[in-house]
Design a protein around this ligand. Structure first.
Ligand code: PBG
Length: 328
């Protein structure tokens, strides 16, 4: 191999055009997924204190305006989370025909038919105890929860979901949802599995946004131990075998090695979730004037792509879309 002074990598960094020519990874607006929190009521646009710029929205003109803005920026996919009117032990609104997510799906399809509609399929926003499934005593009953998840997925499909995204980390959830969807005639509705989801402190602000903090205990019995990566490969391969169409690793920033490991083992498209706590930290530091928000966000998201993510779920989606437009 030739060495210095013949080889000078700096020659390729001399101008912006040169750097762009040899750039290995790019952010692209088509790979962004924008999360939305929908609530009952009218004219609601309530900002989440720990997530500046993110709002709970009622399913009326408030949601329409947000959807219009998202579409105008070229973003092509949203992920819906719902806050029900009332919570109970099984989370009945989760699969109700007129549930809040179902209403939002109809409205978005009407307003922006080409915008991809993804839905979070989980119980924690809907259950009075805030856990991700049906309780048996103080633990989540895996197989009883699967039945509910199937019903939720089918009701989302009926209301217009393109892709359902189970996030409860129940064993067998992908197979069970696939069967439920197929039995109901929805074999073209896809499954994005939160296959590798860690029990993370980075979900803190989300639990305010979605009102989904567990009333007792924590989620360590179903979400993964942050120390594990071999187990992530097992989770990913099980979900792939069960019929997942896309896989997710969550959170993103502290788990980029996991993104890379899954990327190298699976041929499925891979999504990572740049979660609420990651967003909140950037926002707080930017507000204090301690970091350059735009550069930090672009660097972090580029890192997720470099690690192997095809798509990124992020609360920064609108800002990133704007910045990409400016750069173009
Ligand atoms: C569960 C769910 C959570 C998130 C997405 N889906 C929270 C949890 O597992 O406690 C977190 C997303 C974020 O922090 O941005 N339905």
């Amino acid at each position: 191999m030739r060495e210095f002074p013949t080889v000078r990598p700096r020659r390729r960094r001399r101008t912006g055009a040169l750097r762009a020519l040899v750039r290995e990874h790019r952010l692209d607006v088509a790979s962004l997924i924008h999360p939305l929190f929908v609530v009952h009521g009218s004219g609601v646009r309530r900002e989440i204190a720990s997530m500046p710029g993110v709002h709970q929205l009622s399913v009326d003109a408030a949601l329409d305006r947000e959807v219009d803005e998202i579409v105008a920026l070229g973003i092509r996919a949203v992920l819906l989370f719902g806050l029900p009117a009332t919570k109970d032990a099984v989370g009945s609104e989760n699969y109700a025909e007129d549930g809040i997510v179902q209403q939002a799906l109809h409205r978005i399809r009407e307003r922006a038919p080409d915008l991809l509609r993804l839905t979070d399929v989980c119980c924690c926003e809907y259950t009075s105890h805030g856990h991700c499934g049906i309780l048996s005593g103080e633990t989540v009953d895996n197989d009883a929860t699967l039945e509910v998840l199937g019903q939720v997925a089918v009701s989302h499909a009926r209301a217009g979901a393109d892709i359902v995204a189970p996030s409860g980390m129940m064993d067998g959830m992908v197979l069970s949802i696939r069967d439920s969807l197929d039995d109901a005639g929805w074999n073209d509705v896809g499954i994005l599995s939160y296959a590798v989801k860690y029990a993370s402190a980075f979900y803190g602000p989300f639990r305010e946004a979605a009102d989904s903090a567990p009333a007792f205990g924590d989620r360590h019995e179903y979400q993964m131990d942050p120390a594990n990566v071999r187990e992530a490969l097992l989770e990913a391969s099980l979900d792939e075998a069960e019929g997942a169409d896309l896989l997710m690793v969550k959170p993103a920033l502290a788990y980029l090695d996991v993104v890379r490991a899954v990327r190298e083992r699976s041929t499925l498209p891979l999504v990572c979730y740049n979660v609420s706590g990651e967003y909140a930290m950037v926002k707080a530091a930017a507000r204090a004037g301690w970091i350059d928000e735009r550069r930090v966000v672009m660097e972090a998201l580029t890192g997720m792509r470099r690690a192997g993510a095809d798509a990124i779920i992020t609360y920064h989606a609108k800002d990133v879309a704007r910045w990409l437009e400016e750069e173009a």
